[in-house]
Design a protein around this ligand. Sequence first.
Ligand code: OOG
Ligand code: NI
Length: 469
Amino acid sequence: MTEKTFVPNDDIRSAFSAAMSAMYRTEVPAYGTLMDLVAEVNGEVLSRDPDFAERLAEIDALDRISEERHGAIRLGTPSELSMMRRVFAVMGMFPVGYYDLSTAGVPVHSTAFRPVGAGALSRNPFRVFTSLLRLDLIDDADLRAEAERVLASRQIFTPRAIALTEKAEAEGGLDVEDAAAFVEAVIETFRWHDKAIVHAELYKRLHDAHRLIADVVSFKGPHINHLTPRTLDIDAVQARMPQKGIAPKAVIEGPPTRTCPILLRQTSFKALDEPVSFQDETGAWVAGSHTARFGEIEQRGIALTPKGRALYDTLLERSRKHVRPVADGSNAAAYEQALADAFKDFPDTWDGIQKAGLGYFTYSLTDAGRGADLSGDLEALLARGLVRFDPIVYEDFLPVSAAGIFQSNLGDAVAQDFSASPSQQQFEADLGQVVLNEFDHYAEMEAASIAACLSGAKHSALLRPEAAE
Ligand code: OOG
Ligand code: NI
């Protein structure tokens, strides 16, 4: 009897990410333009800073960057969410983090499906920010019922995608042929459909309640609404976007420009007005338009510890008390200045960040450290140059930034108020699984790197106390 060989789920994810990128390039040409611009800028950064390039290569991070991207979808029902979880699991993507966006006037809550663990992340860190519509936040009971009826009538997964997901679960994986068929079938769920499944009049009512509700309810599936490449210099990309005929949003979300990047900085271009059609009572198709899909780029920095994140949140809040960025960009310079001023209180050297316990790092032996006497504590080994540390990349998202991205795509006039109502337990019940806590995950990666680099050492005291537990 021959053993079945399964395609590693990392490979399925890579194939899926590439297929998604190819599809989005043909669907949204500006995405291709952005990809080219990002590649150009990244190339420049690496040739300008060979030390940085070498450091990335040493920690195996160089290859992943040009392939790296995240996407976003918005789902309508709990059963869509739980099936999506099973589909992503086949590709080695698991729910990490909970984001409540109701505070930002967006009736959704979300998680990020992404690979977990250093190996899988360095292979391909593809992530999908996945939101679930919260009809419970809509006041109009009739409209809510209509939306529920429409959502209950649609099936966003093809029969083949469902069958192959079930097969992967039952057998523990997919062979080469099935894996290819799986990618092809699952892509269908993310495709754009220009024929609405609701009449124009219902679309308008949904749209009047909230643009996002119309986007989720009116179509056959949860079209991918953006795909975001990772740049090594977001300021350069932002500055050059207009030269390529793309108008970026007024300010970059997240922390200011720094020597040592932290967390995540993002910018986007406005959603496109796209032709769609609606069926009228006679069954004839009538032309209309819909805005949903946009472009975004991001720069990723070090993952922060709870202490670092608290400092980040405090400083961001402080700068926004001074200047809140307005959508037309008229106070962009003042906002950037307020942000830069506030963040003077956040150390801007890797040493400073490490010593203050603000960020997560991977520790490894240097050439000198291999075979050396590793007695002493971690700090001493660092001081003797036997151990080095590199920042762990932040793989997740930021609620304030996500809200800014959502808002810039919802039309600037829309500032609806929902009271804050995080509902993580309900989300997890709908998902069918609890989400992984991002901080726990980074702490484990850091602890594992310390353990691995010191595994030859006899002194357990080498572990930093907080990592040893
Ligand atoms: C998702 C917006 C959030 C990000 O990068 O923060 C996001 C959406 O518009 O569906 O993608
Ligand atoms: Ni995004």
